[in-house]
Write a protein that binds this ligand. Sequence first.
Ligand code: 3HC
Ligand code: NAI
Length: 698
Amino acid sequence: MNEVVKLERRDVIAIVTVNSPPVNALSAAVRGGIFDCIKSAIADPEVQAIVLTCAGRTFIAGADITEFGKPPKPPGLAEVLLAMENSPKPIIAAIHGTALGGGLEVALACHFRVATRDARLGLPEVKLGLLPGAGGTQRLPRAVGPELAVKMIVGGDPISASDALKHGLIEEIVEGPASGGESFARKVLAEKRPLRKLRDDDSKLAAARADRSIFTNAVAALTKKARGLEAPFAAADAVGAAIDLPFDEGLKKEREGFLKLVASDQSKAQRYAFFSEREAAKIAGVPEGTKPRNVERVAIIGAGTMGGGIAMSFANAGIPVTLIETGEEQLKRGMGVMQKNYEATAARGGIPADAPAKRMGLITGKVGLENVRDADLIIEAVFETMAIKKEVFTALDKYAKPGAVLASNTSYLNIDEIAKVTKRPQDVLGMHFFSPANVMKLCEIVRADKTAPDALTTAVAVARKIAKVPAVVGVCDGFVGNRMLAQRGKQSEKLLFEGALPQQVDAVVTKFGMPMGPFAMSDLAGLDIGWRSRQDRGIKSEIADALCEAGRFGQKTGKGYYKYEAGSRSALPDPEVEKLIDETLQRLGRKKRVVSDDEILERMMYPMINEGARILEEKVAARPSDIDVIWLYGYGWPIYRGGPMFYADQVGLKHIADRLSYYARETNDPSLEPSPLLKRLAAEGKTFASLTQSAKAA
Ligand code: 3HC
Ligand code: NAI
């Protein structure tokens, strides 16, 4: 019918096939093609049933996100779905891969659905700051009941084909989508099954209509963690409308909600995050088609906090790992921590009861570096000391098989220097995971001077395989994330000397949407580490030093910038800390002033953005969106604010540059002066995003 949707007939069955790579998204051409094919099949007197299926790796994975925010092109999806649901001939959706968002909504407008065993079905719109806008909030509750529907719509996670079958979302599990769809269509005709129009079937709504608390309780549980986000609440309201209103009125309510969200700043930021994450996997300057090396076995050196978490990430993805330590005792401790961690997750219901044994079965503990011999990828996670790292990499050069990728998980150290001790610097790079490594999604892939392109693509591919979000960065102190964070740390400390309190600073940062403020984060990490390192370097930080001298090392001692009740992690403001700060300021002859929340926010954010600009200038990050990905997935930056560089563009670079100059003067800190790139963009009235646009155009 058109270049992306075709219609063929197998005697009385019409097969409509969407073929629009990569994911069969519902572009105008796909919508138009489906519309025309369905109309034509309905009009064809020979056709008795219609199968809608897709070519390629997946069923329709949703609306075409790139079309949002542009003038709508006909036909609208609602119009297409109406024609399908009203078809006098049965329409069967035959699903494989993922039926997501608008894709599942298309399937819900069909009269029957079948799916292959590995298919997944879901309405993930909420993850883009949206709600399903083509009937999903009204038809899904009618298909599976409001409780599961609201879980899928507000949570956004897809369900498996077997769960879909259990809950009545599909009729059958089939072998191949097109062939399975066709045989199911013949069954429908042979059995003369009545057309099942979900719009007319309220049977699964009855319980929630009689007792709305079933639904309200489910919503309350689901939205508990949705702090700051608009979409989960709007999506829950739309599902509520399915319970409270007739179908067409519910549909209208859904549409209003969708149109409001699609134009919102939050959804724009979340859509930007979706594309930024995918863009980050494309490595600048690597020849196209560079194939990653084969990685079947991984070795991790060091079974401490990070090594254990990294090993778990591989085991979670089914990849066997050898975990290497210096002695049996250290190994036993490391293995024990992982075992306990898995058991706690299983006890919470986070993983199946047999998962701890299965996953631990993939992790083999060994003593001695010679055990890296089989590994295709080796990740070093030993103490953060250059001399020890060099020792380990010298040994790796001796034991690792040729072509193995050698990665360091260092937080700050120079990978070029580490690579130099080996005879194979082309195989050396950084894979900087974040703590807790089995939970945090970011992996900064550090490209050293001599890193080979295929070593880099290997690290990126492996990171994606273990469900991490990779972002390639260059060598510098702290790489991208920690380097920017250091700027915030500097300001938070200075703010205490000017009259702010830890709880005031943290409150501003968490109100902005970060999961933790800088002082609560320091308490969690432990204040003694920085204290010892300052002592080694002969540096002073009067307030932090005074806290440590008073034995306040953070959460581990029950006292730090805050106090903690026994067994609790909740940070309580402590008058003793206020007193200690006052005394320190008096001793130093510092005058306190009232520091406004606005100033705190600017001084927490703008110096980091300024550092981000320097990072771009130095080409340590290739794109502003890579920096945003790092903050979204490594530091809990609120997704609805897109990331620091996206946020900066929203605020306006001129304002940020002006404020930085102001603070540089007021606080007598020339390092706060806007960087040359920020200054130039501000003067030209441009954004950080313009850098990527002009690079793409070039
Ligand atoms: N629209 C436009 N492009 C899309 C897209 C979409 N819905 N989904 C994926 N793509 C693009 C990606 O940007 C990527 O492009 P690139 O190769 O140029 O970077 C390419 O397709 C492949 O995507 P992935 O790298 O993510 O491929 P995977 O195989 O890892 O994952 C997927 C496939 C699970 C389908 C994943 O792409 C995904 O989750 N997509 C989004 C699904 C979604 O959110 N759907 C709802 C959309 S909103 C909607 O439908 C509104 C409706 O209610 C009206
Ligand atoms: P850790 O102290 O918890 O663990 C280090 C482990 O390495 C110890 O168990 C030690 O016995 C082992 N080890 C030391 N030398 C070894 C050798 N030669 N061979 C085998 N094992 C050896 O340290 P942590 O926190 O896990 O840090 C490890 C690395 O990860 C460091 O480079 C650190 O900078 C980096 N990192 C740490 C993060 C964190 O939040 N803890 C976050 C990101 C990176």
